[in-house]
Design a protein around this ligand. Structure first.
Ligand SMILES: *[C@@H]1O[C@H](CO)[C@@H](O)[C@H](O)[C@H]1NC(C)=O
Ligand SMILES: *[C@@H]1O[C@H](CO)[C@@H](O)[C@H](O)[C@H]1NC(C)=O
Length: 271
């Protein structure tokens, strides 16, 4: 048994540091021995990463967990509100990128292949393109943004909880807070999500340099990405919840992490 897991078994209190009750801005502080086997983030990434959560989907309205790729990539599309949120995400991204004076040539867009993420990426890319054309006064400019699908951006696998009430997150996230290796109910452990996101970043860092990389995906996946990338305690990812259609830059210093909020019950979250 790796020493980190042993420690976790021996000193459970260590694993329950109150990341969720912190109220100050900035990253959760610890990289304790319990996290030794979680893969490290890249030292000096060549690209800038932005995460976007998909807009409201029919699965959100039904308040169910949709994590099976076979179902989630063919069903569970955006609602009318979800499409609006995707347009707003595109407008926010455009505002952010034009503030940085980034031309669309330096933007690349990737998405999970789940329907709700794909549709969000398409609408947000359309919105960025449209705004770039308006800003340039050039309606004949060719579309520059294409969307790459990345399997590593897929929704976290919720195992036997797939298709069940989103209220089940209320049991998963506290277990995640205790250990990034917990796989109860066949749920993909946080450390495994970190590993696939690390593989993805390796690929993107080889493929691109100096780009603004937009990743359109799912709440748990991008929250884990943001905390992991910032070198923070990944167990606390559920304290940094993304709303539908929310856009955030993800930085190595953790300056872009919002104020951590206590875990919110999903039992009654149907919209
Ligand atoms: C999405 O990717 C998964 C693998 O992660 C695959 O099983 C599924 O068929 C893909 N869906 C579509 C619509 O391409
Ligand atoms: C991105 O734009 C939105 C909307 O204008 C703004 O609220 C947000 O602070 C910006 N984020 C960054 C990182 O510039």
């Amino acid at each position: 048994m790796p020493i980190s897991k042993l420690l976790l078994a021996v000193v459970p209190a260590l694993a329950l540091l109150p990341a969720t009750v912190r109220t100050n801005r900035g990253p959760a502080p610890l990289r304790t021995a319990t996290l030794e086997t979680v893969v490290e983030p890249p030292e000096e990434p060549r690209n800038t990463y932005w995460c976007v959560r998909h807009g409201q989907s029919t699965a959100n309205v039904e308040n169910i967990i949709s994590s099976n790729p076979a179902i989630g990539s063919t069903k569970h599309e955006l609602t009318a509100l979800g499409k609006e949120q995707a347009h707003v995400a595109g407008a926010d991204l455009w505002a952010n990128l034009s503030e940085l004076e980034v031309p669309l040539e330096d933007v690349v867009v990737y998405s999970s292949n789940f329907t709700r993420a794909r549709e969000t990426a398409q609408i947000a890319a359309y919105e960025m393109q449209r705004r770039a054309q308006i800003a340039a006064g050039d309606w004949e400019a060719p579309p520059l943004l294409q969307i790459g699908l990345l399997s590593d951006l897929r929704e976290r696998d919720f195992g036997s909880l797939d298709g069940l009430s989103a209220g089940n997150y209320d049991n998963v996230w506290p277990r995640d807070m205790a250990s990034p290796f917990d796989g109860t109910d066949g749920v993909e452990p946080v450390a495994d999500v970190c590993q696939r996101l690390s593989n993805m970043v390796d690929l993107l860092e080889k493929r691109h340099s100096g780009k603004q990389v937009i990743l359109t995906a799912h709440a748990d996946v991008i929250q884990i990405f943001q905390t992991w990338f910032a070198g923070c305690d990944v167990r606390a990812f559920s304290s940094y919840r993304f709303a539908n259609g929310e856009v955030r830059r993800c930085d190595r210093a953790g300056e872009c992490l919002p104020v951590p909020a206590p875990m919110q019950s999903q039992a009654a979250a149907a919209l």
